[in-house]
Design a protein around this ligand. Structure first.
Ligand code: ADP
Length: 852
């Protein structure tokens, strides 16, 4: 809405109108400057013209006069004519002369344009006149004639009118002088009347440029007045003295001449304004006045000016019309808007009144001191005071005592910003309280400031908020106590988290906040790089089918451990666009581990199943062989025809087979004891050197029988070789190893013994036998494992010896290992702690190496 619409008077379009007025004034100024310049230019041009015409005309008159005198000089000098005139006046009978003179004079009249010619004698009497009628000599002429008689010089009279002639004229008097011997005498005079209208006046009157009101006038000054000689435009023939005309203009022009100014501007005899230039005609008493009407000078200009003014007027009229239209338009628009505004306002007021009266909000109008000035029905109803009491109450009375102190700060805010939103507690007349939200703004009513407060009881909202916050809290507690992570994240490259529950700390060791909006790290960054692409692809693939997705992947925890997680989630769509994912993540590391172990143990069970099958197959062979021998030879013992030697051989075989059977059964019993945890270790002081030596004695013969060299090594002095350990087990392990060496060595040697390495005794059995491939070196310690498959077996055995040995060594607190190269031999080692009764008390002595 336009601001100025709040004013009651229509705004005047000052800017536009000012521009228009300025334009008009400028135009006016231009026209005025142009016209005055043009006027001046025209006048000064005309002045120049008039001055030059005056000069031209005076020159012409002077020339004309000179010509007349010169012409008369020819007559003056005509001696023959003098003689004829002399003769005419002397002779009695002068007809011949008369005729001749008449002829002569007639020719002069024709040639020189004289109007008439009179011949006077030396006394001034008329002798001849042509035309004959014109013989009269007026006073003027008489006076001149007398002057010529006295001083015979050619004389040209002024223009005058005389009764003798009916027209104004000049008299040219030429004395005719008869030369004598030493002198001349006047014989007569010739008087020629010159009509100025014939030649002089036309010359004077003609204006060299086309003009209707310009004229040149010849005048002379007579006393206080002037006489025009030639005919002014408006008069008739004659010499013109204009009645009641003193010739002021001409006089002032003559005066101006003296001051060097060649023209004046004034009113002429016709009452017209003219510019006049006056010049004296040299040799006469005449003045030549050239003048032009100012009206003529400015005639064309005036027409132009009139046109300019008309245009100017039209333009001004147009500007005025435009201004008027603009003002009218502005006003119309203003009032139209005003009217519309008023309509709106009225509609609004109607609505507002209704809202205020019946509205659901508490509406109060407060004065500057916060006293209630006006209140709607709803307010009265809410607070429960009678209206008369309510109006005039201070707003502080509506507040609870705790919320009153906050008021001054809130008021400051309202005054500063013009409006504010407040949440506070109000109390009703019965003392009950309720939370209220209030929107307050300052309003100005006829120059006074008020506060308009619109409030709403928000008890219900507050309750809902409280309930919601409690249920949110509960939900959060549930979510955060879940063994897992609830999340809401954006579907972007980083899986930017919008919400992630506290469970992430337990899972990954990072705080939930670190992930929100990728503040410190993104969720994608903790997904195992090997799984990142798979996770993204699988999620999108499943979501595109419209189903929930579930996926397992690894994350890297803050402690740099890998944990397996299972995530189940769904897409969150805006229209067709996937914008977010929400779901649940749980830790499945343990499950994964169990799974892996299960797989391993399953493999193992399968393997051991295979081994057991092989064992059973093998054991039946191993047991059957000695059993068959025992049964077979026992049966043969019964035969009566056998010799004692043969019987002894049979008994030997039965004995060996029984031993073999016993050892197999022992092995089986041992392994079952180991598996069931029944094997007990009983440590005694054992002299290792003796133990080794006994073993050597035990196997020396067998080695010899197999053509093998047998060595043994003891590392400690006899005194130092007493060790706390289970002798039986050590002997059993060593026997197993030596037996194997003897079994798997065709040629070469077997060496066994022990060395002390730091805190442990390391036993070894080395042979130059068939050796074991790298890939089988670990497997030989497994139960029932034999490098050779039972079907292609060369060597007897159960595949239990090494596993029993290893188990015993471990029970003794040591470990067992081997080094071997296929075809070159094997080195079996095992360690036991070097603990002696002595070392427990005194510490360990320096062992000495001893070799046999
Ligand atoms: P048995 O000897 O009864 O078969 P063992 O557990 O003692 O069972 O040995 C397992 C397997 O290890 C043997 O079958 C054999 O293939 C291999 N083996 C053990 N000792 C040696 C050795 N000194 N040289 C070569 N192979 C050996």
């Amino acid at each position: 809405m336009r601001k100025n619409n709040h004013e009651s008077v229509a705004p005047f379009p000052w800017a536009t109108i000012s521009v228009l007025i300025l334009a008009a004034v400028l135009l006016l100024l231009i026209v005025i400057i142009y016209t005055s310049g043009e006027r001046k230019r025209l006048i000064s041009n005309s002045v120049l013209e008039i001055e030059s015409v005056a000069k031209l005309k005076t020159d012409q008159i002077e020339r004309w006069k000179r010509e007349k005198i010169n012409d008369s000089k020819l007559i003056y000098d005509n001696l023959a004519l003098v003689e004829q005139i002399e003769a005419f006046f002397i002779k009695e009978n002068n007809n011949r002369e008369r005729t001749s003179l008449i002829q002569f004079l007639n020719s002069l009249l024709i040639n020189y344009d004289y109007k008439s010619a009179i011949l006077l004698d030396a006394g001034g009497r008329t002798g001849l006149a042509i035309p004959v009628s014109d013989t009269l000599i007026g006073d003027n002429l008489k006076k001149r004639v007398r002057e010529v008689i006295e001083d015979p010089q050619i004389q040209l009279s002024d223009i005058h009118s005389a009764p003798a002639a009916e027209y104004a004229h000049l008299d040219l008097i030429v004395p005719m002088m008869m030369p004598l011997r030493h002198d001349t005498v006047l014989s007569g005079m010739l008087v020629f009347r010159i009509d100025p209208t014939e030649e002089l006046f036309p010359t004077v009157a003609s204006w060299p440029t086309p003009s209707t009101a310009s004229e040149c006038l010849l005048f002379r000054v007579e006393n206080d007045s002037i006489t025009y000689l030639n005919e002014p435009r408006d008069f008739e023939n004659g010499i013109y003295i204009i009645r009641n005309y003193s010739g002021d203009l001409e006089f002032s022009a003559i005066e101006a001449l003296e001051t060097g100014q060649n023209y004046v501007r004034g009113i002429d005899y016709r009452g017209m304004e003219v510019i006049i230039s006056v010049r004296p005609v040299i040799g006469t008493e005449w003045y030549l006045a050239a003048k032009k009407d100012v009206s003529e000078i400015l005639f064309r200009f005036k027409r132009e000016i009139t046109l300019v003014w008309v245009i100017m007027f039209v333009v001004l009229l147009a500007l005025t019309a435009i201004s008027y239209l603009i003002i009218r338009f502005t006003r119309t628009r203003f009032y139209r808007e005003k009217y519309q505004e008023e309509l709106n306002r009225q509609a609004l007021m109607k609505h507002f009144d209704f809202v205020i009266k019946h509205g659901n909000d508490i509406i109060l109008l407060l004065d500057n001191d916060l006293n209630i000035v006006e209140a709607n029905d709803r307010a009265i109803e809410t607070y429960g005071y009678p209206r008369q009491r309510f109006i005039g109450m201070n707003v502080t009375e509506l507040r609870t005592p705790e919320s009153v102190p906050l008021l001054s700060k809130q008021l400051q805010e309202i005054n500063k910003q013009g409006s504010s939103y407040i949440e506070t507690i109000h109390k009703r007349s019965d003392g009950t309280t309720f939370p209220i939200e209030i929107s307050v703004r300052t309003v100005e009513v006829e120059g006074t400031q008020y506060y308009q407060s619109i409030g709403r009881d928000i008890t219900e909202r507050k309750n809902v908020e409280k309930e919601m916050s409690e249920s949110n809290k509960k939900l959060n507690t549930i979510i955060n106590n879940l063994r897992g992570v609830v999340f809401l994240c954006k579907d972007d490259q980083e899986w930017t988290m919008k919400y992630i529950s506290d469970g992430i700390y337990e899972l990954a060791g990072y705080l939930p906040n670190e992930f929100i909006d990728n503040k410190i790290r993104s969720f994608n960054s903790i997904i195992d790089p090997d799984d990142q692409i798979r996770v993204r692809d699988e999620i999108h693939k499943t979501l595109s089918t419209g189903y929930l997705y579930s996926i397992e992947y690894r994350i890297i925890t803050s402690a740099d451990n890998i944990r397996w997680v299972w995530e189940r989630g769904r897409g969150y769509y805006e229209g067709d666009k996937l914008v977010a994912l929400e779901g649940f993540i749980s830790d499945i590391t343990d499950r994964k581990r169990i799974e892996e172990e299960l797989i391993k143990s399953k493999d193992k069970a399968e393997q051991s199943d295979k081994l057991k099958t092989a064992f059973l197959h093998n054991i039946s062979h191993e047991i059957r062989t000695p059993m068959n021998a025992i049964i077979g030879f026992t049966t043969l013992l019964d035969s009566p025809d056998i010799t004692d030697e043969t019987r002894k051989q049979y008994i030997d075989i039965i004995y060996q087979s029984s031993n073999q059977l016993l050892s197999i059964i022992t092995d089986i019993v041992d392994i079952s004891n180991i598996e069931t945890g029944l094997v007990k270790i009983s440590r005694n002081e054992v002299n290792l050197n003796n133990l080794i030596r006994n073993l050597y004695e035990q196997y020396r013969l067998r080695a010899y029988q197999q053509s093998l060299k047998l060595f043994y090594t003891t590392h400690l002095d006899n005194t130092e070789s007493n060790v706390l350990t289970d002798e039986t087990k050590v002997i059993q392990v060593m026997s197993n190893l030596i037996n194997n060496s003897l079994k798997f060595t065709q040629k070469g040697s077997i060496e066994f013994g022990y060395v002390l390495r730091g805190e442990t005794i390391e036993f070894f059995v080395a042979d130059t036998g068939i050796g074991i491939e790298q890939e089988n070196q670990d497997k030989v310690f497994e139960r029932f494992y034999q490098v050779e498959s039972p079907n292609s077996k060369q060597f007897s055995g159960t595949g239990l010896g090494l596993s029993i040995s290893k188990a015993y060594v471990e029970l003794l607190g040591g470990s067992m290992w081997l080094m071997s190269k296929k075809g070159e031999g094997s080195l079996f080692c095992f360690s036991i702690p070097y603990s002696t009764a002595k070392s427990a008390e005194k510490g360990k002595g320096v062992p000495k190496k001893k070799k046999n």
